[in-house]
Write a protein that binds this ligand. Sequence first.
Ligand code: AHM
Ligand code: MG
Length: 343
Amino acid sequence: MSPSTSAVSLTRFLIEAEREGQIQPDLRLLIEVVARACKSISIAVGKGALGGVLGDAGTPGEASINVQGEAQKKLDVLSNEILLEANAWGGHLAALASEEMDHAVMIPQDYPRGRYLLLFDPLDGSSNIDVNISVGTIFSVLACPQDIDSPCDEHFLQPGTAQVAAGYCTYGPSTMLVLTVGHGTHAFTLDREVGGFVLTTRGMRIPEDTKEFAVNMSNQRHWEPAMQSYVGDLLAGKEGPRGKDFNMRWVASMVADVHRILTRGGIFSYPLDAKCADKGGKLRLMYEANPMSMLVEQAGGAASTGRQRMLEVRPTHLHQRVPVFLGSRNEVEMAVRYHLERD
Ligand code: AHM
Ligand code: MG
């Protein structure tokens, strides 16, 4: 029988990955649950003001604050609840950890326990939600160490190389799920009429070179000298040492910025700056940097802290922050050279 030419659903893609020995059945089912939760979040995000979900969580005039010390949006809280509820009873997880919660939570005793750990940033870029700009969900899957009865924060402290799957869902003009199980990075688009994700790009590839960078330039005066000099040379354009003009884009939703880079190349950076130096950076290693780095590496790109391969960082705490440089391989290596040469 010749292979079907009809659209490849996420379910079919995952079943085929399982047949090829890339994933175990319980990981396939776990990814399906996460994708289903993302569809629910997409519906809530898409309703916007009509759904009564915009604005801050908490009482009027006093937003609730999460473990990161940041004001929570109603949609941050709702997205977190959707992911928690969807994943609690599936039987594939031992515990979950979220950017919005102080500590990891074990799967309740009333449900069967699985052997995976799930980490997520339920609504990344949520400062954009009230202005109708793309936001997203980022997730990472680790294996729970064997023989652990009560998984807690320390069992999540595994380097990014240990991830068995990672992905994000972007809620933009279309809703897209971008996924890796360690065999390439693949993009699925939500068919809203059918209600399912359909494979739209198999094997995303990030061009090795780029003329586009993404950074919050308003922090320029707070950066380290190496970063000042790297971006200074980008801005110098054709007349500078790089000998070419660079374009800049900054959505301030990591999911949207990384999606652009996976689609057409570029370098994304959130470097150390004087404002976040005491925390180690702005972005979170476990919920943002590691899953995005796995996706980028699987698409032929590179990801670094500026001094070390991101996926080899040994985490010391769940909400650890790191500087981030990721995207087109040659450009990331160039940014790293600026840092190492000035250390
Ligand atoms: P969040 O997870 O609280 O939304 O914060 C992370 C976001 C990233 O999506 C984005 O790259 C960055 O923060 C934007 O930061 P800034 O507002 O400093 O430009
Ligand atoms: Mg985030």
